[in-house]
Write a protein that binds this ligand. Sequence first.
Ligand SMILES: [Zn+2]
Length: 192
Amino acid sequence: MRPHRGCISPTYTAQMEIVMSLIDKALKANQAYAKKHDRKLGARPTPKIAVVTCMDPRLSDLPGILGLPHADLDVIRTGGPAVTEDVLAELVVSTRVLGTTEIMLLNHTGCGFTTFTDDELNAKLTALTGDGSPAPMRFFSYRDPEQNTREQIKKVRSHPWIAKEVPVRGFIFDVETGVITEVREIPKNAAA
Ligand SMILES: [Zn+2]
């Protein structure tokens, strides 16, 4: 009745089981969490700063990394991070609807998105699955975090719906040292 079952590799099945067991564990833990949940968190949030950062788990402790409370952070995470049209829309909502007043673009060293090119990953996944129909999929892979950050600043800064008074600043988090370094925009007279 399930002709495709044989196509699922044992590794994939094992991975599915691991994922399922973690979710089940999380559901159980949530029952305990809900008992001591702070009901005030149900109120409308008033974040003060929008932070765009990578989905990499090493960037998850933003209150620790930035010394700002959870409640102040409107966190937008993608791989890279990639500043996609969706991210731009979220930044517009963050600044215009939620009321954040600063935008921080937080890249990092050792990003997984520097370990392949979009072309390579498209080819690899097409070969792996035998189905190239989603290609070319845009993964926003990149080589140089500094260059990536500069392009992001430009992209966000030039959006007509993001107010000029909102500072847009880019940084790189060093995953080894924990230090954040600001990436300066290229001076206007420098070659692009
Ligand atoms: Zn990353």
